[in-house]
Design a protein around this ligand. Structure first.
Ligand code: GSH
Length: 204
């Protein structure tokens, strides 16, 4: 069945989905939209909730990045079989998204320069430490992974770190050795590594 991932031509919340698909050797069409000039009214109006990413498989389609990532992760053998483990992995994924949607995105969307600077300072001085010291501890205690083995949570972590670093012009992982090692591990996985070697370096 033909697979298509629709997202902007940036890393953002789509890149970890691309990594998961590439890691699993899944063939898919990587459909990209330019941010400049967005909204393209025709495209936006055709989306179920006006936002990207959108994933298509045959004649079915799925929105919401985490629903998509989880689904393609199951096909890439990145979802544990055990239901408790699945829930634990989901809990880490959602916590990574808490950082993204409650801290980084308000900063990205802020248009007032002074307020934006305040939000950035809070992220760099407080939020990163709050979230990433905890992620680091969990990874340290579980052999470098959230639950002791590679799952889609490490892919989500890397995608959010990379996108966050681009927006914040920072290196979120720099003080967290186990997070940093997890980033390196994911980026050097088969499929992911080859994709990264070919992709362009994004600037936002
Ligand atoms: N909760 C949604 C959020 C999707 C979202 O925020 N998409 C943004 C890009 S990262 C978007 O489509 N922005 C353009 C718009 O809203 O018109 C998800 O995780 O997929």
């Amino acid at each position: 069945m033909a697979k298509k991932l629709h997202y902007f031509d940036v890393n953002g919340i789509g890149e970890s989905i691309r990594y998961i698909l590439h890691y699993g050797g899944q063939k898919f069409e990587d459909v990209r939209y330019q941010i400049s000039g967005w909204p393209d009214k025709k495209v936006k109006d055709a989306l179920p909730f006006g936002q990207l990413p959108l994933y298509e498989e045959g004649d079915r389609s799925l929105h919401q990045s985490l629903a998509i990532a989880r689904y393609v992760a199951s096909q890439s053998k990145l979802l544990p079989n055990d239901l408790w483990e699945q829930a634990v992995v989901d809990s880490y994924v959602m916590t990574i998204y808490d950082f993204w949607f409650t801290k980084v995105i308000p900063f990205v969307k802020e248009t007032d320069a002074a307020k934006k600077a305040t939000l950035k300072k809070e992220i760099l001085d407080e939020s990163i430490h709050f979230f990433f010291s905890r992620f680091d501890k969990v990874l340290k205690e579980h052999n470098g992974f959230f639950i002791g083995k590679l799952t889609w949570a490490e892919f989500i972590l890397v995608g959010i770190i990379e996108a966050g670093n681009l927006f914040l012009d920072y290196e979120i992982e720099k003080n967290y050795p186990h997070v940093k090692a997890a980033v390196q591990k994911v980026l050097s996985l088969p499929g992911v590594k080859e994709y990264i070697a070919k992709r362009k370096v994004y600037a936002l």
